[in-house]
Design a protein around this ligand. Sequence first.
Ligand code: NAD
Ligand code: DAU
Length: 352
Amino acid sequence: MGKGNQKNILITGGAGFIGSHVVRRFVENYQDYHIFNLDALTYAGNLENLKDIEDHNNYTFIKGDITNDDFLTNLFSENEFDGVIHLAAESHVDRSISDPLSFVKTNVLGTVNLLNQSVKMAKKNPDFRFYHVSTDEVYGALGDTGFFTESTPYSPNSPYSASKASSDHFVRAYGETYGLPFVVSNCSNNYGPNHFPEKLIPLFINNIINNKPLPVYGDGNYTRDWLYVKDHARAIDLVFHEGINGETYNIGGFNEWKNIDLVRLLCKLMDKKLGRKEGASEELIAFVKDRPGHDLRYAIDATKINKELGWSPSVTFEQGLELTIEWYFENKEWLEHVTSGDYKEYYKKQYQ
Ligand code: NAD
Ligand code: DAU
């Protein structure tokens, strides 16, 4: 492996929501790359996300856990990688509140395991680069005004964001201490096809279809900055290829929505799609107990990636939401598969 002009790229978490869009993009656009998708297939990992590309010659799936150091040592001694794009993580804030340790294990320990292997790989291969995909939640919460920039101090408020902040710090520390070539990006809330229905938008799409209550936390006046997942995958492609070593890039949608306004828009679009009378789905809205430590507002200033790498979102929120809703209607089987079994237990525990 790693011979001639072919580049071997290891993408972790490629069976998850964002990872699957990144894997597809790289497999389809870079015939001279071999893409290794390393994923433990937790509840959030799903090979159905990648059915359309699973037979491509330049793609290999590897089932494995980044918390298993022996496994990673073997993987890195058997293959020469030119780059690692690291997305594998526990990603849901609510789960981090009930089970913080899993987040420490995967997001901190797992990342440090990968960094240790990457330092050795970078010594053998001077073109090697480690790309850490992170979140805007590391910056904490904004008030009614202002934006997160790359120099905003870290102030994570949930076990999830604390674990991601910690992993970001380790990546930077490995750059300083061991000279590891790295880039980091911190992105706002993604939405789109293949999003697991524990997160706001796919959960509410699924509940509207099934005429179930829409559990809005608190008063619904929390703000998120939404980005279509394929625009994030395109940004990751750009940062991986053109980002400057040691730099961080904020990625966001320039698209802030209060949860309650977003939910009302979603209800309106879903009523149209389902042929229900306007206002029918809004009746499902139920204000429920708030999430502890709930961050009031996230908003990204994405000027740096826009100016330096020429990136900006390609779809409006309304277009992206229409595409997303369309995808869930065309992939009812996917939704049925991921909402059977363990999901039912999770839902009961979280919402009843
Ligand atoms: P996801 O939960 O949908 O997918 C995570 C993937 O990682 C799954 O396929 C899972 O099987 C895999 N995984 C988990 N633990 C693993 C382990 N120990 N070893 C190997 N694989 C493991 O997450 P996502 O929403 O696609 O997020 C991907 C990355 O992007 C995460 O690092 C997340 O912090 C970051 N991020 C997400 C968002 C968002 O809005 N979803 C925004 C910014 C950044
Ligand atoms: O900002 C980036 C982050 O966005 C990512 O790093 C995380 O991996 C991702 O999960 C997401 O975190 P959020 O906590 O913002 O996403 P979530 O979809 O869980 O919630 C969005 C908002 O909706 C938030 O204010 C909480 C609220 N919410 C969520 C759920 C699941 C509800 O009101 N009801 C719900 O049932």
